[in-house]
Structure formats: C-alpha cells, structure tokens
Design a protein around this ligand. Structure first.
Ligand code: SAM
Ligand code: SF4
Length: 312
C-alpha cells in the first residue's frame, strides 16, 4: 500500500493488551490499574489477514506486555500462516520469556525484541518497579539457546540511567548481541524525562572505527564497532526524525487503528470487524490514505494515551 506521501506501508504493530507486569518510569504510571478489553485472537487474525491482502508484510506483537496473554504463542503461529505475511516478531520486557521461549520458537517466530535499560539490579528495580533483572537475562539466554534472533532495546534518560550506557556498551563489546538505543519520546510519562540521542551515545565510543550495517528495513541505524563482538543500533525519532520513511500502522488493544503513534485519533475497527472483511479493508485503506506526514513532538504535540496503550 502507498500512502498519500508515496510511502510504502507494509508493517503493522499490534498491541494485544495494555496490561503490564512492570511500571517503567517513562511508560506506565505507577497508579495505573489493569483495564483493557483486549481484542480476541479471531479479531486480530481478521484485521491482520485483511491487512495482508492489502500489502502488510510484517507484524510486530506488542503491548503493554504481550506475554501476559497466554495465547500469545498460538497467535504468532496463526499469524505466520496468513498468506502474504513474511515476518511475525514480538517486543517484550522479557520477564516471562524463559517460560514461553520454547512455545514461541515452535510457533515460528522470526525474532524477539527485549526491552532492557540497565544491567544493574538496583537501577532496574528503580526504573521498572520490579526486582526482575535476572528473569529477563535468563529469558534472553533461553530464547538465544533456542535459536531465536533477539535484539535488546534500551531507552536512556538523562540523570537516570545515563551512567549505564558504558556498561551496556561493554556488554555489546564482549557478547555477540544486537543492542538498539531508542531515543525517548515525550509521550505519556516519557514527557517527564529528557532523552539522550544516538549521537551523544556514539561519542562515548571515542575514536573506535564504525562500519554501518544493514539489518531489516526499519528506522534503526546499525554499526559494527571495531573490537566489538556485538552490533549497536540507534532509533532516534527526535534527533534524527525518520517519519518520511515510516512504513507503519498500529492496531491498539482497544481495536483502534492508528496511522501514527503521535496522535490520538484512529479508526475504530470493532464495528468494521462485526460488519465483515470488506469493511475492515475499507478502514485500513482510509487509515493509510489519511496517514499524517509525521510527528510534531518538537512543537509540543503529543498523544494523551501512553505508550503502553499505543504499543510503542
Ligand atoms: N512491554 C513491552 C516492552 O517493554 O518491550 C512492549 C511494549 S513497550 C510500550 C514497547 C517499547 O516502547 C519498549 O521498547 C519501550 O522501551 C518503548 N517505550 C515506551 N515508552 C517510550 C517512550 N516514551 N519513548 C521511547 N520509547 C518508549
Ligand atoms: Fe510495560 Fe513495556 Fe511500558 Fe515497561 S515499556 S511499562 S515493560 S509496556
């Protein structure tokens, strides 16, 4: 599908819940109680198969915490069987990954992103509200042992986990991992903190030689670093805005189809799902046709909904 600015839209993030077992400082308010009516597996499959007919090729399951849904691996399995869908991946905080790694592997998942903003146990507790660092590390290890391609996502906040950049870089130096630094966006709780750009993180590598590397077709810029076993990536929505090449739609857990994460407006899919596949496809086409040119975070325009509702 092409939108009105000529961008190819072939990727859809699907938020399967807004419930979470963490309360990351920049994402979910501590006071937040579990609330959402989740879409059923059937509803998600209807929207995704219609989207595939129209040209969506890549699906990422997100949340909230997607692994809180016991049917997550079954959903991956069914999504993988849809004609036209090339990759199905998942983004998780990793706490339940050890438990589900085998099932996810068997479902045919193409990759997992694990969010991890520090390697320090106390700092992890401070950022997320839970003493679960080692569960996450065990989960990553189990997924890697099963041969699942894992990427680690880190969000850095000035004055909170800036000190952790060096230990994360050391981790990449000594292990064959992919770590991506995602620049903080002023969405929900995120607007209370100041992010750190990829350029600032790169400075910490001093004179080390960098070699750009291509992985996937997303907005991340990747580098092999001289002397490092792992790969470093940067997703900089603020300091290196990439909206002009955005390829995404988002289905939130209430069944709203959002064509941009930066705005609250979206299209309610539930009536269309009840009406039938042609109605669902019409909504998808409308969302693509009306996809905005980009975010306006720099002008203070941000959605009211938090990232745990939108799915990141
Ligand atoms: N719970 C899962 C996880 O943490 O990966 C999936 C949902 S979470 C909303 C998806 C991604 O959004 C995570 O990598 C998280 O770090 C990121 N995120 C949340 N709030 C953000 C913000 N304000 N700015 C940038 N990234 C954010
Ligand atoms: Fe939960 Fe993920 Fe948000 Fe953290 S970033 S509170 S793990 S949804």
């Amino acid at each position: 599908m092409k939108d009105s600015y000529g961008r190819t839209i072939d990727y859809m993030r699907v938020s399967v819940t807004n419930k979470c077992n963490l309360r990351c400082l920049y994402c979910m308010p501590g006071s937040c109680s579990d609330s959402c009516d989740m879409l059923s597996v059937e509803d998600i499959l209807t929207v995704c198969s219609c989207a595939a007919e129209l040209g969506i090729r890549h699906i990422k399951l997100t949340g909230g915490e997607p692994l809180l849904r016991r049917d997550c691996a079954e959903l991956v399995y069914e999504l993988k069987r849809i004609n036209g869908i090339r990759t199905v991946t998942l983004t998780t905080n990793g706490i339940l990954l050890k438990k589900y790694a085998d099932k996810l592997f068997d479902s045919g998942i193409d990759g997992i992103n694990v969010s991890l903003d520090t390697l320090d146990r106390e700092k992890y507790k401070y950022i997320t509200g839970a003493d679960e660092l080692y569960s996450v590390i065990d989960g990553i290890q189990r997924a890697e042992e099963r041969g699942i391609f894992v990427k680690i996502n880190s969000v850095i906040m000035r004055g909170i986990n800036e000190d952790d950049i060096s230990s994360i870089l050391l981790f990449v130096k000594h292990r064959p991992v992919v770590v991506r630094f995602i620049e903080l966006m002023p969405v929900g709780e995120g607007s209370k903190y100041i992010g750190v750009s990829g350029a600032d993180i790169l400075e910490k590598l001093g004179n080390a030689k960098l070699y750009t590397k291509r992985i996937g077709s997303g907005p991340a810029v990747y580098y092999n670093v001289e002397g490092y076993r792992g790969i470093i990536g940067f997703i900089d929505p603020m300091s290196n805005k990439f909206c002009h090449k955005c390829s995404r739609l988002r289905l939130d857990c209430e069944g709203r189809l959002r064509s941009c994460l930066a705005y609250d407006d979206g299209f309610d899919m539930l009536p269309a799902i009840k009406t039938g596949r042609e109605a669902v496809k019409d909504v998808i086409k409308k969302a693509v046709a009306e996809k905005p040119l980009g975010h306006c975070f720099e002008k203070g325009v941000a959605p009211k909904d938090g990232m745990y509702c939108i799915g990141g």
